[in-house]
Design a protein around this ligand. Structure first.
Ligand SMILES: Nc1ncnc2c1ncn2[C@@H]1O[C@H](COP(=O)(O)OP(=O)(O)OP(=O)(O)O)[C@@H](O)[C@H]1O
Length: 262
């Protein structure tokens, strides 16, 4: 079931579309024909019971897993995403729940990890990092999201979980040009820190990225997300706008949708 949303123009092209993606791990069929649409400027919550396939589908979009069958489309063009690096080249970033960052590196170094800017200019400077420009770009990205940290040069291990996660979101926003996939980005956080990350997520969507947000917090997703996609047994069984949607509707759909794919 796909319920159309008034906010999405009828001719809008999804940033991300998965069509009938299947993925098995040994004998476990994690995805059995998962079809999902994510549009620019929206937060799409991906919900479902444990083992429904949310992380696997996210990981396929982010290039971590290669699907066995099925297709992935980026702005209407079919793509084969061969690695996380390739996904990044296509403008798709992933933010993990485990605050995956290099703890001993600074905020700036984490922002530019693997993508360091080098000084341009005379031969004697070749190979040197352009620390001033990297710092400036980091400040811009953080302020864009309203994220604040005590120091950009201290190791990230010295920061709170919320600050680190806000950095991870800001970093993804800085590099993403199409979509950000977030797998339970607030799972390890307290209330205040969670609010900080949600603010950063909304700011990302406001920059016209599609944000696919895996979450177990259905009430929060009903309030926060623009649309919700429900997964069950490796399929997306419903996608609908959250406006006017009640928790009971979602739970009913989750329970009654067995065997029907979107
Ligand atoms: N790397 C893997 N190796 C083997 N089985 C896996 C692997 N990743 C996922 N699975 C299995 O695939 C199924 C779907 O898992 P997935 O993590 O995608 O579900 P999920 O909806 O994200 O669950 P949860 O909410 O518990 O995180 C599960 O049965 C899981 O055990």
């Amino acid at each position: 079931m796909v319920v159309t949303d008034d906010k999405i123009a009828a001719d809008a092209v999804p940033v991300i579309e998965t069509r009938l993606i299947a993925k098995s791990f040994g004998h476990v069929q994690a995805l059995r024909g998962a079809s999902l649409l994510a549009y620019p400027g929206e937060v799409l919550a991906l919900i479902g019971d444990n083992g429904a396939g949310k992380s696997t589908l996210s990981n396929v979009i982010a290039g971590i897993h290669t699907p066995d069958t099925g297709e992935l489309y980026l702005r209407g063009e079919q793509v084969t995403v061969s690695s996380v690096r390739h996904a990044r080249e296509l403008g798709i970033e992933i933010v993990y729940q485990d605050l995956a960052q290099a703890p001993d590196l600074s905020v700036v170094q984490n922002f530019f990890f693997g993508r360091e800017l080098l000084v341009k200019g005379p031969l004697r400077l070749i190979g040197r990092l352009n620390e001033a420009e990297m710092k400036q770009k980091t400040i811009e990205a953080m302020s864009l999201l309203g994220a604040q940290v005590p120091s950009l040069t201290a190791p990230v291990s010295a920061l709170s979980g919320g600050q680190r996660q806000a950095i991870a979101v800001a970093r993804a926003v800085m590099w993403a040009t199409s979509a950000i996939v977030m797998d339970e980005p607030t799972a390890a956080l307290g209330t205040k820190q969670t609010a900080m990350v949600y603010d950063a997520v909304r700011a990302a969507a406001n920059r016209n990225l599609a944000v696919i947000l895996v979450s177990h917090d259905i009430p929060k997703m009903l309030e926060f997300a623009d649309r919700i996609a429900i997964m069950r047994h490796g399929q997306v069984v419903a996608q609908m706008p959250t406006q006017g949607l009640e928790l009971v509707d979602v739970l009913t759909t989750m329970l009654s949708a067995e065997g029907t794919a979107a």
